[in-house]
Design a protein around this ligand. Structure first.
Ligand SMILES: [Mn+2]
Length: 352
């Protein structure tokens, strides 16, 4: 109920009487209900979860603090509640489809229908002890899958075979699924920051970047490692050490209170100083939780500060067309004193 009370206070600050929540992960976060169809109406006095007959029993069991309404006409039902409770100022999540928005506009008899951006997601940034435990478990599964992968890799196996191995291992270790399409980019393809796995076979002398993660009990992990097969090109080895140093610099400097700009800068300074500034083409990281990419997102100039119990990624990379690329990514728990690294698979330069 703390999550709901916080949300109510924030709605009041915004001058809103109530909010409609349509994002299913936000609904899970607030209610405990996990399903493919549902709408929440949260007022200052009550909380309703509207879902259809496929889910109403599960909703009653998993969301005991909510009044469950079984319906296929959620917006029409919400309008009845809006009238009953005298709601005039109603917030909604701006991630709605246009068709859903049109339906709300047509059917809801409120004075003010106000779009909200990342309103629940902002609360989700700060993880509870339970959430931290769950994400740690997701990270542990990825760690083990990676260690097993290192024994599986050999020249002749394709990128897709490596990706499938990781996906299968994570499920075998207890994951409910993968948190995004597993990236395996080998040889020259490793210069693509998000190279999807292809039929290309792993060759002797390849550098290989794997970026992958799983869902465990609805929470995601996200990890990247880069390794060499057979032998390591000296220039790529040098780049590897720069990325490793940049990634460690972020770990060393991070704690609650650090600005987002300085979080990004810690890695960028190292990479710039080594002369590869132009080749670090993406952001330093992102929040991680029920979604594999969620707020906060980091930009160079942001003065916003890291907060205790955020879980965020640290993923600098260098990508050189015609040569290859390196990225190393960990998931970090921010504490008042520093960070706890949640992904513990080896990061030293490995030549298989
Ligand atoms: Mn990531």
């Amino acid at each position: 109920m703390t999550r709901i009370l916080n949300l109510r206070n924030r709605l009041q600050t915004e001058g809103l009487d109530a909010m409609i929540v349509t994002n299913l992960k936000n609904i899970y976060y607030l209610s405990g209900f996990w399903g493919s169809a549902g709408t929440v109406l949260l007022t200052q006095q009550a909380q309703y979860l509207l879902t259809d007959s496929r889910y109403s029993t599960a909703a009653r069991e998993s969301a005991p603090d909510f009044t469950i309404i079984e319906t296929r006409q959620a917006i029409a039902e919400i309008d009845k509640l809006v009238k009953k409770e005298g709601i005039n100022n109603l917030g909604f999540e701006d991630t709605l489809s246009y068709a859903e928005f049109q339906a709300m506009q047509a059917q809801l008899t409120v004075i003010n229908l106000k779009p909200l951006t990342n309103f629940v997601e902002i609360q989700r940034q700060i993880k509870s002890p339970d959430e931290i435990r769950t994400i740690k478990k997701a990270c542990k599964i990825s760690d083990q899958a990676y260690k097993d992968l290192l024994k599986f890799v050999e020249p002749g196996k394709s990128e897709l075979e490596l990706a499938t191995f990781l996906d299968f291992k994570m499920r075998e270790l207890g994951a409910s699924g993968i948190s995004f399409d597993t990236i395996v980019a080998s040889g020259l393809r490793s210069a693509l920051p998000h190279g999807r796995a292809t039929h290309k076979p792993i060759e002797f002398g390849d550098i290989v970047t794997v970026d992958f993660g799983c869902y465990y009990d609805h929470y995601a992990s996200d990890m990247t490692r880069t390794f060499f097969v057979g032998e390591a090109d000296p220039k790529l080895q040098a780049i590897y050490h720069v990325v490793q140093k940049a990634q460690q610099a972020v770990i060393d400097v991070s704690k609650a209170g650090l600005t987002y700009g300085d979080y990004d800068l810690a890695a960028r300074q190292v990479i710039d100083a080594a002369g590869y500034g132009q080749a670090f083409t993406h952001g330093i990281g992102h929040g991680l939780g029920l979604d594999v990419h969620e707020v906060p997102y980091f930009s160079k100039s942001s003065q916003e500060q890291l907060l205790e119990n955020m879980i965020i990624t640290n993923e600098p990379g260098i990508y050189l067309d015609g040569l290859g690329g390196v990225r190393i990514e960990d998931d970090l728990l921010i504490t008042s004193q520093g960070v706890e690294v949640l992904t513990l698979a080896p990061k030293e330069l490995i030549v298989l």
